[in-house]
Design a protein around this ligand. Structure first.
Ligand code: ASP
Length: 348
């Protein structure tokens, strides 16, 4: 019997910058982004993978603290332009804002059916103890993985870091030090990386119906976080709620979505909602979510017109608002879609 010849997986690496590709400036000793050839030269093992690999790089590569919606558009455009030519995409990205980019891309790449695997590292790839080499190789393998019917195993934006594959819009950077730097606190891992890559098939995202990729480039930056602290004053709160041009606010509250019940607080929030500002309640806790029926302190916010973010991450909440306002939707529609799960970002 003739053995079926499997085509070599075609993977596009999009290198945006971050520690993974940095080298030490000999004079200042600070880490600076370096170019892609340096990065690949340091991972000769890539040649052992029987893949067709091509790359695109940001010029210049950036520290992810400088990532902005225009960069997300550049990544999305690189994916859209090459969508039919490649089986999967690996995005090399700094860790600092990786969870924001992963969340943003999950919304921007509507109807995504191929893997977009984002990775980076805590130590530059040229360092002896680097985690970058393993992360890059595993990300390539995840991007090339198919199920028995030949469909991509991962059909969403995901973050690969050290021992786990996480859903992009459920992830948060948890450590500035550990190699396992990312976690989904409210969602299971998509895969556990050990001796093999063990996919958790039940947790992988599947679109109800397969549709052509549609990229939404417009992300509205007129949104912000408002972090509560005990002792916040009325004037501070009102000042922040009146920032010019702001359309949406992710209100980061205590515990299960709780905030002060003082009249001045609720009135200030209600005034902002009546002015058309969309406010979504997200917990400051790393695990669990908003349950605004649990305490009167959360109920007050609901009565003032604040939407519950349930167990969404702050990163997904703010980028979901950017995406919805970016589509030019009126506040009422934005509020409605914020309560839906658009691509697995929240538990309904
Ligand atoms: N500052 C770096 C960045 O986010 C950190 C990293 O890559 O780990 O670009």
């Amino acid at each position: 019997m003739l053995e079926e010849i499997q085509p070599r997986p075609k993977i596009l690496i999009i290198y945006t910058g971050g520690t993974i590709g940095m080298i030490e400036n000999p004079t200042t000793k600070a880490l600076q982004p370096f170019d892609f050839s340096h990065l690949i030269d340091n991972v000769p093992k890539i040649n052992l993978l029987d893949y067709d690999i091509d790359n695109i790089q940001f010029n210049p590569p950036i520290d992810s603290a400088n990532m902005a919606p225009s960069h997300w558009s550049d990544i999305a455009a690189a994916i859209e332009d090459n969508y039919d030519k490649f089986d999967g995409f690996v995005v090399l990205h700094g860790t600092d804002t990786m969870a924001f980019s992963a969340s943003a891309l999950s919304f921007m790449l509507e109807n995504l059916h191929k893997p977009v695997i984002i990775t980076g590292s805590q130590l530059p790839i040229g360092e002896v103890r680097t985690d970058g080499e393993e992360n890059l190789i595993t990300a390539l393998q995840v991007a090339a993985a198919c199920d028995p019917s030949g469909e991509p195993m991962v059909q969403e934006v995901a973050i690969l870091f050290e021992n786990y594959l996480w859903r992009g819009n459920r992830s948060t950077k948890m450590s500035a030090d550990n190699f396992n730097a990312f976690k989904s606190n409210n969602y299971p891992a998509l895969a556990k990386i050990g001796l093999g890559i063990h996919f958790n098939e039940e947790s992988l995202y599947r679109m109800p119906t397969k549709r052509p990729l549609k990229v939404r480039y417009n992300m509205d930056p007129n949104v912000m976080f408002l972090d509560l602290n005990p002792g916040i004053t009325e004037s501070t709160l009102r000042y922040l709620l009146n920032v010019p041009d702001i359309k949406g606010i992710v209100l980061r509250t205590f515990g299960a979505g709780n905030a002060p019940t003082d009249d001045w607080f609720t009135r200030a929030i209600r005034d902002a909602v009546e002015r058309g500002i969309v406010i979504m309640n997200v917990t400051q806790c790393v695990n669990g979510g908003v349950n605004n029926k649990m305490y009167d302190t959360g109920n007050c916010l609901t009565r003032a017109g604040v939407i519950s973010g349930r167990d969404i991450t702050s990163e997904a909440a703010i980028t979901k608002m950017m995406y919805l306002f970016g589509m030019g939707l009126p506040s009422e529609s934005v509020k409605k879609y914020l309560t839906y799960s658009l691509c697995g970002e929240v538990t309904i």
